[in-house]
Design a protein around this ligand. Structure first.
Ligand code: DSN
Length: 412
């Protein structure tokens, strides 16, 4: 791979290879990242990149789209089969534009919607005031229960019944527990709201049946395709047939121009890969590994938000151990482990200086690690957090982390 690039542009080639080596030599704990197969990478770096295909299969604004239509239709059909979706739009370029298109299809500026607070597990596009979502729509925000740090469905139903939002959003970026999507459906039915989920983080788990999949009974479900779903960096929208036209028009021409058909080809490859028994085993192992990592960290004295996990991610309250989220992220990075600082429920810091870190197991599981290795990962994390002010010790830990990672190669 990359022979031409090495000849044409040595600097960028070297940087790309250096990034591959960083990925291979470190413990990647960011729960929204993954390692895709070479088949997905090859599809992404391929000839459909060269084509303009504004419009949809069978109705394009450019000639020469006979083959492209076949690629896009195949991606749509594979996605329908994988998630049990009535209608799929595979053109959104990423998660934020997918959410933007879903809102634009179903809401008018100023309409009331209800989503989860960013600081308690939501996403910027779920109504934060600095984001288009909070600026364009009247987004009300729910959080988690103070005691359990989990969703309080009665409290959400109460806000919904009082405020009568036109759309209620579930699906989160930092929520370690199962989501009761059926409860969201019934809250929406009671108040006549559109029922929407952003399943970006758990899409792979939903596709594999490891987490409840809301696609068949929600009005609209958005997801990125590069997290647990293990596809290219992109997104899709799945919806009921009755709102399909609105969704499609919101994506194109409402928001985007020419779709990235090379990425759509890579999405098709990823959907095929996800519809296999191997992928189901992988998704099951992600959860087993996350639970094992959580238990190992708890045994070492760390406090986990909500007490543990049911999915692929964990939120660790680092302040309890006397370290801020940002210092924890930096210490881990110096030790060859990558995570992100993250707010925790009822945060007393700020998004830039929060009280915790967010970690997860999708990448480690893709590399073939199992529960046994999670004990070693927890031990490396603990060593680095305890050595946060000792750069020499952190460098030594990084050497050992790299040795450990070499046992689990992925890209040669
Ligand atoms: N930035 C993503 C994450 O890391 O969770 C969400 O879009």
């Amino acid at each position: 791979m990359f022979e031409e690039l090495a000849k044409e542009d040595k600097l960028i080639y070297d940087l790309i290879i250096a990034e591959k080596e960083r990925q291979m030599d470190g413990i990647e704990l960011i729960p929204s990242e993954n390692l895709v197969t070479k088949a997905v990478l090859e599809a992404m770096g391929s000839y459909p990149n060269n084509k303009y295909s504004e419009g949809y299969p069978g109705k394009r604004y450019y000639g020469g789209n006979e083959v492209i239509d076949k690629i896009e239709n195949e991606a749509i059909n594979r996605c329908k089969t994988l998630f049990g979706a009535e209608h799929v739009n595979v053109q959104p370029n990423s998660g934020s534009p997918a959410n933007m298109a879903a809102y634009a299809a179903l809401l008018s500026p100023g309409d009331k919607a209800l989503g989860m607070k960013l600081t308690e597990g939501g996403h910027l596009t779920h109504g934060h005031k600095v984001n288009f979502s909070g600026k364009t729509y009247n987004f009300l925000q729910y959080g988690v229960d103070k005691e359990t740090e989990t969703l309080d469905y009665d409290a959400i139903a109460e806000i919904a019944s009082k405020e009568k939002p036109k759309l209620i959003l579930s699906g989160y970026t930092a929520y370690p527990r199962k989501i009761d999507f059926k409860k969201f459906r019934s809250i929406c039915d009671e108040v006549g709201a559109y029922c929407m989920a952003d399943i970006a983080h758990i899409a792979g788990l939903c596709a594999a049946g490891v987490h409840e999949n809301p696609v068949s009974y929600f009005d609209v479900v958005t997801t990125t395709t590069h997290k647990t779903l293990r596809g290219p960096r992109s997104a899709i929208i799945m919806c009921k047939e009755e709102i399909a036209e609105k969704i499609d028009k919101a994506v194109f021409p409402g928001l985007q121009g020419g779709p990235h058909e090379h990425t759509i080809a890579a999405k098709a490859v990823a959907f095929k890969e996800a519809n296999t028994p191997e992928f189901k085993n992988y998704a099951e192992q992600i959860v087993k590994n996350a639970k094992a990592l959580g238990e190992a960290l708890a045994d070492l004295g760390y406090r986990l938000v909500s007490g543990g996990t049911d999915n692929h991610l964990l939120l660790v309250d680092t302040r309890v151990g006397g370290i801020s989220g940002i210092d924890a992220e930096k210490a881990l990075e110096k030790g060859g482990m990558y995570c992100n600082k993250n707010t925790i429920p009822f945060e007393t810091g700020s998004p830039w200086d929060p009280s915790g870190i967010r970690i997860g197991t999708p990448v480690l599981t893709t590399r073939g690690m199992k529960e046994k290795e999670m004990n070693e990962v927890a031990s490396f994390m603990d060593q680095a957090l305890k050595a946060k002010d000792d750069d020499a010790k952190l460098a030594e830990i990084k050497v050992n982390v790299t040795k450990f990672c070499k046992q689990f190669p992925f890209y040669d």
